[in-house]
Ligand binder design. Structure first.
Ligand SMILES: Nc1ncnc2c1ncn2[C@@H]1O[C@H](COP(=O)(O)OP(=O)(O)O)[C@@H](O)[C@H]1O
Ligand SMILES: [Mg+2]
Length: 338
């Protein structure tokens, strides 16, 4: 089990006429991913998804909060002692082209981590080749074909499968898939998503799925949890199916409203939540969504809503949300491929 509590991260960006600028990428984010579980983070570009994935995989520092892996707080360990824990989390990022060294064959790409794994687990060197073959078969590719080849000789889909096989060399507890299909040909995406789903079921590996596309989040983890990230803050969290059927935060509603309209299935109507074009950052100390929210009130400009279930007197919601005016609005979700 991997948990994060109060994870915050601010980047300092230099340059520009105004000099250094502070960019809050994550604000007080709590999460938990269990072995075999499915947790999806959804949010638009710049909402902090990649930063979160990198922090969970131990590739990026955070300013506040704690990551706990299998009961051990990472802050209690030296950098070196953390590494074996963070190896239980393997990151698959969106670009399978840059993830593999172009000068190494697939055999070489798998051999190095498997040699490490063999040492860690006291297995003989002869295990390495058979395990490489086993892992490639597991991700649906012919070992005899890919092992002697270089990355450029493979399709994008095959490369991403190799990247997934390489992640599995460490017997991870959790795979963090950051927009793992966004750079793959559309026709091959479903195959990769089906593979991740299959690995969850067969190996019991947890999947933390990062995406800007709610339909793929639903495909991977219809039985899991969904976190909706807006400007680094989790604004809605709960069972994926529940949120898709019944979103209460206006940002989530706007994400869901966009799907059928953009697919040409419906006209934007009164039921659709269409966010405003933002003007500025919004009032300091207020809700982050104010500049785009069609429903904001004076209170929203003065106070920051925190994640909870309060929906006003007698209006508790099943999922958590960070909104002073959570409301059911009819938003008709569509499934993958619809
Ligand atoms: N290394 C970095 N240095 C400075 N700013 C960064 C860095 N990485 C991300 N950011 C900023 O943090 C915010 C969140 O980025 P990111 O996590 O990549 O979002 P997402 O993956 O959701 O698109 C953005 O405003 C981005 O510009
Ligand atoms: Mg990203």
């Amino acid at each position: 089990m991997i948990t994060g509590t109060g994870i915050s991260k601010t980047f300092r960006q230099r340059g520009g006429v105004l000099g250094a600028r502070e960019v809050p990428a994550l604000r007080d984010v709590d999460f938990a991913v269990e072995r075999g579980g499915a947790v999806s983070f959804i949010g638009e570009s710049g909402s902090g998804k990649t930063t979160l994935g990198r922090i969970i995989a131990g590739l990026e520092t955070h300013d506040a909060g704690e990551i706990v892996i299998d009961g051990v707080p990472m802050s209690s360990l030296s950098h070196r002692r953390r590494q074996p824990y963070f190896r239980r989390v393997q990151l698959i990022h969106q670009d399978p082209y840059s993830a593999l060294n172009p000068t190494r064959t697939i055999h070489q790409a798998l051999e190095a981590p498997l040699a490490l794994r063999a040492r860690q687990t006291g297995r003989p060197r002869s295990w390495i080749d058979s395990r490489a073959q086993e892992l490639l078969s597991m991700v649906g590719i012919d070992p005899g074909y890919v092992l002697p080849r270089y990355p450029h000789q493979l399709s994008g889909g095959m490369r991403q499968r190799v990247v997934i096989a390489r992640a599995l060399t460490m017997d991870p507890e959790v795979l963090v898939a950051d927009e793992a299909v966004s750079m793959i040909d559309v026709s091959l995406r479903l195959g990769i998503l089906a593979l991740l789903k299959d690995l969850r079921e067969r190996l019991g590996v947890g999947v933390l799925f990062i995406t800007h596309d709610i339909a793929t989040a639903r495909y991977i983890g219809d039985d899991g949890e969904l976190y909706v990230l807006y400007r680094g803050q989790v604004v809605e969290r709960g069972a994926t199916e529940k949120i898709i059927a019944d979103p209460v935060h206006p940002y989530t509603q706007s994400l869901l409203s966009a799907i059928p309209v953009l697919h040409g299935l419906e006209q934007p109507g009164a039921e659709r939540v269409v966010p405003k074009e933002p003007q500025g950052e919004g009032p300091p100390g207020g809700c982050l969504f104010v500049p785009r929210c069609p429903f904001s009130t004076e209170r929203c400009e003065q106070e920051t809503p925190v994640l909870g279930r309060d929906g006003g007197p007698g209006q508790e919601t099943e999922q958590e949300h960070a909104c002073f005016h959570p409301r059911r609005r009819s938003v008709i979700p569509v499934g993958v491929g619809e």
